[in-house]
Design a protein around this ligand. Sequence first.
Ligand code: TK8
Length: 379
Amino acid sequence: MLNGRWRFAIGGVIVSFVFVFVSACGGDFGGQPADEGEDGGNGESASVEEGPDLTPPPEIEGEVISEDLGEYTINFGIGLAEESPQYQSVEYFRDILDERTEGRIQVEIFPNSQVGDDLQMMNALQSGSLEMTYPSTSPATGIVPELAVFDLPFLLPSTESADEVLDSELGQEMLDEFEGSGIKALAFAENGYRQLTNSQGPVEGPDDVSGLAVRVMENEIQVEIWRTLGANPTSMAFGEVFSAMEQGVVDGQENPWSTILTSNFYEVQDYGSETRHVYTPFVIMIGEDYYNDMPEEYQTLIQEAAEDTRDYERVISREYDQWSKEQLEAQGMEVTEISDEQLAEFQDATQPVYDQFSDEIGEDIVQQVQDMVEEVEGQ
Ligand code: TK8
């Protein structure tokens, strides 16, 4: 069994080859079935013909760097589809850099896990074969273990408390923790509240989860949450999820409504449950050496652009969320609302996960987050 380091190293070689192959052929290597044209990865026309009526990107502000400090092309890999709020926020990031360097910094965007999954793309930043990526925090806990606090179930009850925690000094300390790992973490953004989908039947409460084969992210707490609920969890890279569900390898998965829609999971999932069991952040990242070798003016610009991207992505992620749920129902998915009683049952049933992992995460970190949440929610 390869230990983590070697697996990362070999992964880096694979990603480098894949990246060259994909960019040379302009093909689509993603974990989704190969697709032609505009679809979301399943060979049929994407469901999201028109997105929701989104807030347009803010005017690009800030100093324009007119001095020729060098030309750069940033290859930016993400896991989600072109229709996702994540992709649209990277387009904004691209436009900021283009405008504020008069075209000297260009950004090429590779969606749909084309150049690898979250773990592989993070490794590609470390090996220098990719410049930027935007993964969930869950697969990044191998680099910064404290991020695992965001994997605790029902920790962040609202986006207000999520923003409070992620934008706090504690959040900045977690971003700073990446230093020396080969990755520079620029800002948190929003993946969002995770909802359970499956192909077997409606899930109203923990009892309905028993025996369900659920795909989860590559993260031990995510595995434990569903094992504690009596399900049969399998951790898997995001790019493999669609085909695993299509082939019946798993019965279900859990992700925000916008991901379930824009990755066309509804094509192979008839039932959704509004569990909101975990709020997952994204992290906007750049290769540490690549960033440090840039002129200081460009470093400052990239940091500012990442924060502007974060702010915009949170806005459209929330606008997409409710709209996506309505679109999924329109596509025939049976969406079950979870009653307060059933929510309390889910929270009680997953409490052992706190007992099991708080010590590993750091009791003080868990307490700091819970105190911030209480301050926001208690208002
Ligand atoms: C996309 C992933 C995805 C995550 C997952 O790169 O793996 O289910 O929620 O959004 O980060």
